[in-house]
Design a protein around this ligand. Structure first.
Ligand code: HEC
Ligand code: HEC
Ligand code: HEC
Ligand code: HEC
Ligand code: HEC
Length: 170
């Protein structure tokens, strides 16, 4: 009796580990996890409190497949004439003075066999928040809830966009 319980408990443990493992590998796990970036950049501060438009920094979103992450020069349009005592701002100034790009860590990425483009979605009126969540309230790097096929298909069905396989698999 006791032995059986042990086996069941171990089994459940492995099952959970597998589920969590799969979620992590697709980048969809745990929105609360704090992702470590070279500089702690707050979307809440910049996009929320200060009201800077998403596309002021992510400049390519409406004209190309990728949204793009801003170069240091965009940060410096404001920070050049601001105090730099705060440790993260010290680091920012150092990158700028040494003319080095900030090695931001990319958190979410679709597999190579999937074709995705920002441009078409924005043109069709889909918003950043529809896919990435309420980024202007997030402290760390935003993570979409999921980039799984079912998520793409559900919205494509609702909005009468194409669900042909080769729309997304070229
Ligand atoms: C002042 C510049 C700035 C503004 C404004 C800004 N971002 Fe960002 N964004 C960044 C930087 C820098 C990064 C990379 C660091 C990070 O991930 O926190 C980033 C990362 C991201 C990522 C994560 C990409 C990934 O998977 O690693 C998403 C999604 C994103 N931003 C969406 C938005 C949205 C939506 C808005 C508007 C609500 C917005 N951003 C406004 C600078 C900005
Ligand atoms: C539109 C102007 C503007 C731009 C562009 C901008 N910032 Fe800021 N940033 C601010 C202001 C204003 C503060 C708040 C300063 C304060 O409260 O003392 C701030 C604060 C910060 C802080 C201190 C921590 C915090 O959240 O208060 C860091 C770090 C930072 N910014 C990094 C960046 C980086 C990295 C970029 C480029 C990706 C960037 N900023 C682009 C205006 C800007
Ligand atoms: C239809 C859903 C959708 C919309 C709308 C959308 N995104 Fe994305 N975004 C994605 C997906 C999916 C990825 C991952 C793409 C990949 O890995 O090839 C991504 C990746 C990103 C990245 C990181 C890689 C890159 O392209 O630079 C940033 C930054 C980003 N999005 C910002 C934005 C901003 C800002 C907006 C609004 C102007 C926006 N996104 C609108 C789904 C969306
Ligand atoms: C929130 C809704 C939404 C989500 C989520 C979404 N899409 Fe879309 N998608 C659309 C709309 C709307 C269009 C534009 C349809 C049109 O104008 O014909 C579109 C168009 C596209 C196109 C261009 C089709 C063409 O005719 O060239 C591709 C490719 C695409 N989506 C891939 C994806 C992928 C891959 C994902 C998931 C990672 C995704 N989409 C998630 C709403 C969405
Ligand atoms: C709107 C975009 C979209 C359409 C349409 C679409 N897919 Fe996908 N597909 C994805 C995305 C995103 C992924 C990667 C994420 C995942 O595996 O769920 C994917 C992954 C896959 C995979 C790999 C799964 C794996 O485990 O690696 C297969 C196989 C696949 N799709 C087949 C199809 C077939 C067959 C169709 C047509 C009936 C189709 N897809 C239509 C977006 C799409």
């Amino acid at each position: 009796m006791i032995q059986w319980t042990g086996i069941v408990v171990v089994g459940v443990g492995i099952g959970l580990a597998l589920i969590v493992g799969t979620l992590y590998s697709t980048g969809s796990a745990d929105l609360a996890v704090h992702d470590q970036q070279p500089i702690t950049f707050s979307h809440q501060r910049h996009a929320g409190q200060l009201g800077v438009a998403c596309q002021f920094c992510h400049r390519f979103a409406s004209v190309s497949p990728i949204a793009g992450v801003p170069p240091v020069s965009i940060c410096m349009t404001c920070h050049q004439s601001m105090p730099t005592q705060q440790p993260d701002l010290k680091r920012l100034t150092l990158y700028w003075n040494e003319q080095r790009p900030i090695p931001w860590i990319r958190l979410q990425r679709l597999p190579d066999h999937v074709y995705f483009t920002h441009e078409m979605h924005l043109f069709a009126g889909v918003t950043c928040q529809d896919c990435h969540g309420i980024v202007e309230k997030m402290m760390g790097t935003p993570r979409a809830s999921t980039f799984e096929m079912g998520w793409c298909l559900t919205c494509h069905q609702q909005q009468h966009a194409s669900t042909d396989c080769w729309t997304c698999h070229k």
